[in-house]
Every structure is written in structure tokens, then in C-alpha cells.
Design a binder for this molecule. Sequence first.
Ligand code: ARG
Length: 265
Amino acid sequence: MTSPRRYLMCRPTHFAVTYRINPWMDPTAPYDNALAVAQWESLRRAFLDLGHTVDLIDPLPGLPDMVFAANGGTIVDGRALGVQFRDAERADEAPAYASWFREQGLEVTMPKHTNEGEGDILLAGDVLLAGTGFRTAHASHAETQEFLQRPVITLQLVDPAYYHLDTALCVLDETNVAYLPEAFSPGSRSVLRQLFPNAIIATPEDAAVLGLNAVSDGRNVVLPVQATELSAALARAGYHPIGVDVSELRKAGGGPKCCTLEVRP
Ligand code: ARG
């Protein structure tokens, strides 16, 4: 059921909050780069302690959000779909991640439409769940399906605080997810109920600490330590929650999953 995973991460050497492209970011508020690095190290350590492999991509100066490796691409069956960011501030991250994918021998294609990688595209069993509404364009869902050759299910995000799918939904294993219903349109909520009748429903309080921005290997779920109700619900459902504190990265609107891109060779 659980097998060792391969993750790509980017040390937040140049992490900062200097612009505002989501409601969590306040460029006038203080942040602590050293604390961000220390918290990120604890996340990396949690993955290593679980027996997973963590690859690192070199952080580039002037790209304060590059720590959010989930936005670097979507990799399934050795095929890597690159990204195209909505915002100019992050544009230069796209070629950096694509180069890393090519160095690994992955087949890479770049999207024509806005696509923010695993921020919005999540593999759930055999299908890809794809968010739209704020970042990844609906038009990119078709090119995602075409290149990655997996059925794509569109989910409409409606709350600007949950601007990426991975802030509102976490894939737990091949057949189940946790999510915040309020983050989705009525039609998408209905689709989620049909696909995942046993889903764990998160509370607004869990979501507000980015609790759903979690990384699961099918049993161990690495999530923000502040998401106490979600953690308890996961344990009741037979998962093993592991709390990490990445509160400094939350100032940019990111959590554990944002920092983590799964490499599926
Ligand atoms: N500041 C970044 C942005 O707004 C945060 C990205 C978070 N990544 C994620 N996968 N949700 O683009």
C-alpha cells in the first residue's frame, strides 16, 4: 500500500514575501527567512525519516516563491508537464524546473495555457483531479489530459483563500481524499461526493491553517501541526498524521504540499 516516494524540494534560501499574488501574502508584514529555512528542513527531515527520497533543485535568487516546488510541474509515468505561471513574478521558475526534469531524463512538454503544476493537478488513483478558477486555466486541463494520458476531472475553486487545488483538497491514497467543501462550486462538490463517498471533510479551521496542504504516502500524512481536528480525523480513519510547523511559509500562502513535487518516473 505505501511505497517509498521520490520528492523534489527547493530550499527557501531566497524566500521572501515581496509581492502579493494570493490573499495570504502581505509584503508589509515581517517574515523570518532563517526560520523559514529551519521549518523547511524539518519538513524534509520528516520525509527522510519516512524512508522517502528527497531530491533538491537549486534555488535561484530573485524567485522568492521557488520553494513551492509543487508548482514546478506535474510528473506521471515519466512524463513531465511543465508549467506556465499566471503571474510574471514566478515566470522564471518554469524553465528552471523544466531543465531539472530534462536532466532526470523525463519527457518534458510545456503547456500553452496557464498551468501551475501539482498546485492544481493532483493524481488520485488513476485519474487527475484538476483545479481551476484562480490559477490553472480550464483550457490547460485538456492539454494535461492529452500529454499525461490520464482522465482529468475538472474541479471549480470558488474561494480566493484556496486559490490552488492543493490548498482545498489532499489526496490520501488511491481511493480517498480530504477536502473543504466550501472551497468548491456546488457542481464540483457533487462530483467530489460521487467520486469519494468516504472522504474526510475538513473544517474551515483546519483549512485556515492550510491543513489540507498535506503530503500523503498512502498511510503517513505530513500536515501542518496546527490542523488538530484534521489530524484527529485522519487518525480515526486509520492514517498516521505527522504534524510539521511551516508557519513561516504560510505567510506566502504555502504549506507542506506546496513545498513538495512528487517525481513519478
Ligand atoms: N506564493 C505562492 C503563490 O501564490 C504560493 C504557492 C503555493 N503553492 C501551492 N502549491 N499551493 O503562487
